[in-house]
Design a protein around this ligand. Structure first.
Ligand SMILES: Cc1cc2nc3c(=O)[nH]c(=O)nc-3n(C[C@H](O)[C@H](O)[C@H](O)COP(=O)(O)O)c2cc1C
Length: 229
Protein backbone atom coordinates (compact mmCIF):
# COMPACT_ATOMS: atom_id res chain seq x y z
CA UNK A 1 0.00 0.00 0.00
CA UNK A 2 2.80 2.33 1.05
CA UNK A 3 4.69 1.45 -2.17
CA UNK A 4 1.61 2.28 -4.32
CA UNK A 5 1.25 5.66 -2.61
CA UNK A 6 4.93 6.45 -3.12
CA UNK A 7 4.74 5.40 -6.80
CA UNK A 8 1.66 7.58 -7.33
CA UNK A 9 3.41 10.52 -5.67
CA UNK A 10 6.48 10.06 -7.88
CA UNK A 11 4.29 9.92 -11.03
CA UNK A 12 2.49 13.11 -9.98
CA UNK A 13 5.79 14.93 -9.42
CA UNK A 14 7.15 13.78 -12.80
CA UNK A 15 3.97 14.77 -14.67
CA UNK A 16 3.90 18.19 -12.96
CA UNK A 17 7.56 18.73 -13.85
CA UNK A 18 6.94 17.79 -17.50
CA UNK A 19 3.96 20.17 -17.63
CA UNK A 20 6.04 23.03 -16.24
CA UNK A 21 8.71 22.40 -18.87
CA UNK A 22 6.11 22.38 -21.62
CA UNK A 23 4.14 25.49 -20.66
CA UNK A 24 6.72 28.22 -20.91
CA UNK A 25 4.60 30.77 -22.84
CA UNK A 26 4.27 33.09 -19.87
CA UNK A 27 7.91 33.07 -18.97
CA UNK A 28 10.71 35.27 -20.16
CA UNK A 29 12.87 32.46 -21.41
CA UNK A 30 14.46 31.56 -24.71
CA UNK A 31 13.70 28.82 -27.17
CA UNK A 32 16.39 26.16 -27.21
CA UNK A 33 16.34 25.81 -31.01
CA UNK A 34 17.62 29.33 -31.66
CA UNK A 35 21.23 30.39 -31.45
CA UNK A 36 21.66 34.06 -32.26
CA UNK A 37 24.89 35.90 -31.73
CA UNK A 38 25.29 39.57 -30.90
CA UNK A 39 22.91 41.18 -33.38
CA UNK A 40 24.46 44.64 -33.08
CA UNK A 41 27.84 43.39 -34.28
CA UNK A 42 26.58 41.19 -37.10
CA UNK A 43 26.33 43.26 -40.31
CA UNK A 44 24.70 40.36 -42.17
CA UNK A 45 21.70 40.12 -39.87
CA UNK A 46 18.98 42.67 -40.58
CA UNK A 47 16.65 43.42 -37.71
CA UNK A 48 13.11 44.81 -37.90
CA UNK A 49 11.03 45.86 -34.92
CA UNK A 50 7.28 45.94 -35.55
CA UNK A 51 5.18 46.98 -32.58
CA UNK A 52 1.50 47.56 -31.90
CA UNK A 53 0.60 50.21 -29.31
CA UNK A 54 -3.01 51.05 -28.63
CA UNK A 55 -2.17 54.72 -27.92
CA UNK A 56 -0.95 55.01 -31.54
CA UNK A 57 -4.14 53.45 -32.87
CA UNK A 58 -6.95 55.57 -31.49
CA UNK A 59 -9.14 57.93 -33.44
CA UNK A 60 -10.14 61.53 -32.89
CA UNK A 61 -10.24 62.34 -29.16
CA UNK A 62 -11.18 66.02 -29.56
CA UNK A 63 -14.84 65.55 -28.61
CA UNK A 64 -14.15 63.46 -25.51
CA UNK A 65 -13.73 64.25 -21.83
CA UNK A 66 -10.26 63.85 -20.34
CA UNK A 67 -11.53 61.02 -18.09
CA UNK A 68 -12.83 59.03 -21.02
CA UNK A 69 -9.53 59.36 -22.84
CA UNK A 70 -7.54 58.41 -19.73
CA UNK A 71 -9.67 55.34 -19.08
CA UNK A 72 -9.01 54.17 -22.63
CA UNK A 73 -5.46 53.37 -21.64
CA UNK A 74 -5.89 51.09 -18.66
CA UNK A 75 -2.22 50.41 -18.18
CA UNK A 76 -1.08 54.03 -17.98
CA UNK A 77 0.79 55.13 -14.90
CA UNK A 78 2.88 58.22 -14.29
CA UNK A 79 4.90 56.97 -17.26
CA UNK A 80 5.45 59.53 -19.97
CA UNK A 81 5.70 56.94 -22.71
CA UNK A 82 3.97 53.65 -23.49
CA UNK A 83 6.16 50.73 -22.50
CA UNK A 84 6.03 49.04 -25.89
CA UNK A 85 7.49 52.09 -27.73
CA UNK A 86 10.07 52.29 -24.90
CA UNK A 87 11.20 48.72 -25.63
CA UNK A 88 11.21 49.44 -29.38
CA UNK A 89 13.54 52.35 -28.62
CA UNK A 90 15.90 50.06 -26.72
CA UNK A 91 16.10 47.86 -29.82
CA UNK A 92 16.67 50.85 -32.08
CA UNK A 93 19.45 52.15 -29.83
CA UNK A 94 21.13 48.83 -29.03
CA UNK A 95 20.80 47.09 -32.41
CA UNK A 96 20.31 49.91 -34.90
CA UNK A 97 17.06 48.12 -35.80
CA UNK A 98 14.47 49.60 -38.15
CA UNK A 99 11.28 50.34 -36.23
CA UNK A 100 7.76 50.10 -37.61
CA UNK A 101 4.53 50.97 -35.79
CA UNK A 102 1.63 48.69 -36.75
CA UNK A 103 -1.42 50.89 -37.30
CA UNK A 104 -4.94 49.97 -38.34
CA UNK A 105 -6.64 51.71 -41.24
CA UNK A 106 -9.76 52.24 -39.09
CA UNK A 107 -8.56 53.46 -35.66
CA UNK A 108 -9.99 52.15 -32.38
CA UNK A 109 -12.46 54.19 -30.38
CA UNK A 110 -10.80 56.26 -27.63
CA UNK A 111 -13.50 55.27 -25.08
CA UNK A 112 -12.22 52.13 -23.34
CA UNK A 113 -15.48 50.14 -23.35
CA UNK A 114 -16.02 50.72 -27.07
CA UNK A 115 -12.49 49.78 -28.05
CA UNK A 116 -12.52 46.77 -25.73
CA UNK A 117 -15.73 45.44 -27.34
CA UNK A 118 -14.28 45.81 -30.82
CA UNK A 119 -10.95 44.24 -29.83
CA UNK A 120 -12.65 41.19 -28.27
CA UNK A 121 -15.03 40.84 -31.23
CA UNK A 122 -12.07 40.87 -33.64
CA UNK A 123 -10.40 38.13 -31.60
CA UNK A 124 -13.59 36.04 -31.50
CA UNK A 125 -14.03 36.40 -35.28
CA UNK A 126 -10.32 35.85 -35.99
CA UNK A 127 -10.56 39.07 -38.01
CA UNK A 128 -7.64 40.53 -39.91
CA UNK A 129 -8.21 44.29 -39.63
CA UNK A 130 -6.79 46.27 -42.52
CA UNK A 131 -3.51 48.03 -41.79
CA UNK A 132 -2.74 51.60 -42.86
CA UNK A 133 0.74 50.75 -44.18
CA UNK A 134 3.30 47.98 -44.29
CA UNK A 135 7.10 48.06 -44.42
CA UNK A 136 8.23 47.79 -48.05
CA UNK A 137 10.89 45.15 -47.72
CA UNK A 138 9.98 42.62 -45.04
CA UNK A 139 11.78 39.91 -47.07
CA UNK A 140 15.14 41.56 -46.35
CA UNK A 141 14.97 41.07 -42.58
CA UNK A 142 16.36 38.02 -40.80
CA UNK A 143 15.13 38.79 -37.30
CA UNK A 144 11.79 40.41 -36.52
CA UNK A 145 10.93 41.62 -33.02
CA UNK A 146 7.15 41.81 -32.52
CA UNK A 147 5.97 44.18 -29.78
CA UNK A 148 2.45 43.61 -28.52
CA UNK A 149 0.14 43.84 -25.51
CA UNK A 150 -1.86 40.73 -24.59
CA UNK A 151 -5.53 41.23 -25.38
CA UNK A 152 -8.18 38.78 -24.23
CA UNK A 153 -5.38 36.36 -23.29
CA UNK A 154 -3.99 36.31 -26.82
CA UNK A 155 -2.65 38.28 -29.80
CA UNK A 156 -4.42 41.54 -30.79
CA UNK A 157 -5.74 40.99 -34.29
CA UNK A 158 -3.86 43.93 -35.89
CA UNK A 159 -0.68 42.01 -35.04
CA UNK A 160 -2.18 38.90 -36.68
CA UNK A 161 -2.84 41.10 -39.76
CA UNK A 162 0.79 42.17 -39.80
CA UNK A 163 2.09 38.60 -39.48
CA UNK A 164 -0.29 37.45 -42.24
CA UNK A 165 0.74 40.24 -44.61
CA UNK A 166 4.00 38.65 -45.76
CA UNK A 167 6.00 35.47 -45.52
CA UNK A 168 8.07 35.22 -42.34
CA UNK A 169 9.36 31.82 -43.38
CA UNK A 170 12.93 31.18 -42.23
CA UNK A 171 13.04 34.31 -40.06
CA UNK A 172 13.53 34.44 -36.33
CA UNK A 173 10.65 36.13 -34.52
CA UNK A 174 11.19 37.50 -31.02
CA UNK A 175 8.01 38.65 -29.24
CA UNK A 176 8.12 41.34 -26.54
CA UNK A 177 5.30 43.11 -24.81
CA UNK A 178 3.20 44.20 -21.88
CA UNK A 179 0.44 42.64 -19.87
CA UNK A 180 -1.66 43.27 -16.78
CA UNK A 181 -1.33 39.84 -15.23
CA UNK A 182 -1.66 37.22 -18.01
CA UNK A 183 1.96 37.21 -19.09
CA UNK A 184 1.98 36.39 -22.81
CA UNK A 185 -1.13 34.22 -22.44
CA UNK A 186 -1.53 32.42 -25.76
CA UNK A 187 0.54 34.92 -27.79
CA UNK A 188 3.61 32.82 -28.52
CA UNK A 189 1.52 29.85 -29.62
CA UNK A 190 -0.66 32.15 -31.78
CA UNK A 191 2.43 33.56 -33.54
CA UNK A 192 3.74 30.03 -34.11
CA UNK A 193 0.40 29.08 -35.64
CA UNK A 194 0.45 32.04 -38.06
CA UNK A 195 4.16 31.62 -38.88
CA UNK A 196 4.79 27.85 -38.79
CA UNK A 197 8.05 28.14 -40.75
CA UNK A 198 9.66 30.74 -38.48
CA UNK A 199 11.72 30.24 -35.34
CA UNK A 200 9.62 31.93 -32.70
CA UNK A 201 11.36 32.63 -29.39
CA UNK A 202 9.43 32.65 -26.12
CA UNK A 203 10.21 36.35 -25.75
CA UNK A 204 9.91 38.97 -23.03
CA UNK A 205 6.80 40.47 -21.45
CA UNK A 206 6.47 42.83 -18.50
CA UNK A 207 3.66 44.33 -16.45
CA UNK A 208 2.27 47.39 -18.25
CA UNK A 209 2.38 49.43 -15.03
CA UNK A 210 6.15 49.12 -14.65
CA UNK A 211 7.99 52.46 -14.77
CA UNK A 212 9.56 53.32 -18.15
CA UNK A 213 13.12 53.38 -16.76
CA UNK A 214 12.74 49.97 -15.14
CA UNK A 215 11.34 48.51 -18.36
CA UNK A 216 14.28 49.92 -20.30
CA UNK A 217 16.72 48.39 -17.82
CA UNK A 218 15.06 44.96 -17.56
CA UNK A 219 14.62 44.58 -21.31
CA UNK A 220 18.23 45.57 -22.03
CA UNK A 221 19.33 43.04 -19.40
CA UNK A 222 17.15 40.31 -20.95
CA UNK A 223 18.69 40.98 -24.38
CA UNK A 224 22.17 40.98 -22.93
CA UNK A 225 21.60 37.73 -20.98
CA UNK A 226 20.75 36.02 -24.26
CA UNK A 227 23.78 37.42 -26.05
CA UNK A 228 21.56 39.39 -28.43
CA UNK A 229 23.30 42.71 -27.66
C1 LIG B 1 -9.05 44.88 -25.18
C2 LIG B 1 -8.03 44.63 -24.11
C3 LIG B 1 -7.88 43.34 -23.60
C4 LIG B 1 -6.91 43.08 -22.66
N1 LIG B 1 -6.76 41.81 -22.20
C5 LIG B 1 -5.77 41.53 -21.32
C6 LIG B 1 -5.55 40.19 -20.88
O1 LIG B 1 -6.23 39.24 -21.25
N2 LIG B 1 -4.54 39.99 -20.00
C7 LIG B 1 -3.73 40.99 -19.55
O2 LIG B 1 -2.82 40.72 -18.76
N3 LIG B 1 -3.90 42.26 -19.96
C8 LIG B 1 -4.90 42.55 -20.83
N4 LIG B 1 -5.06 43.84 -21.27
C9 LIG B 1 -4.08 44.85 -20.86
C10 LIG B 1 -3.04 45.04 -21.96
O3 LIG B 1 -2.27 43.88 -22.14
C11 LIG B 1 -2.06 46.21 -21.73
O4 LIG B 1 -1.20 45.86 -20.71
C12 LIG B 1 -2.76 47.47 -21.38
O5 LIG B 1 -3.68 47.76 -22.40
C13 LIG B 1 -1.81 48.64 -21.18
O6 LIG B 1 -1.42 49.19 -22.39
P1 LIG B 1 -1.59 50.74 -22.71
O7 LIG B 1 -0.85 51.47 -21.66
O8 LIG B 1 -0.97 50.89 -24.08
O9 LIG B 1 -3.06 50.99 -22.70
C14 LIG B 1 -6.07 44.13 -22.18
C15 LIG B 1 -6.22 45.42 -22.68
C16 LIG B 1 -7.18 45.68 -23.63
C17 LIG B 1 -7.31 47.07 -24.14
Amino acid sequence: MKRITLTSLLCFVLISFAYCLGSSDNQNSESSSIQLSNLAEDPDTHVLVAYFAYAENIGDTSGMSVDAIASASIGRTSNREGNIPVMADVLREELGADVFSISVEDPYEPAYDDMHDRAIEEIRDEALPELATLPEDIEEYDVVFIGTPVWGGTLPRPVASFLSSASFSGKTIIPFGINLGSGFGNIVRAIRDICPDSDVMDGFTINARTANDEVREEFAEWLSDRGLV
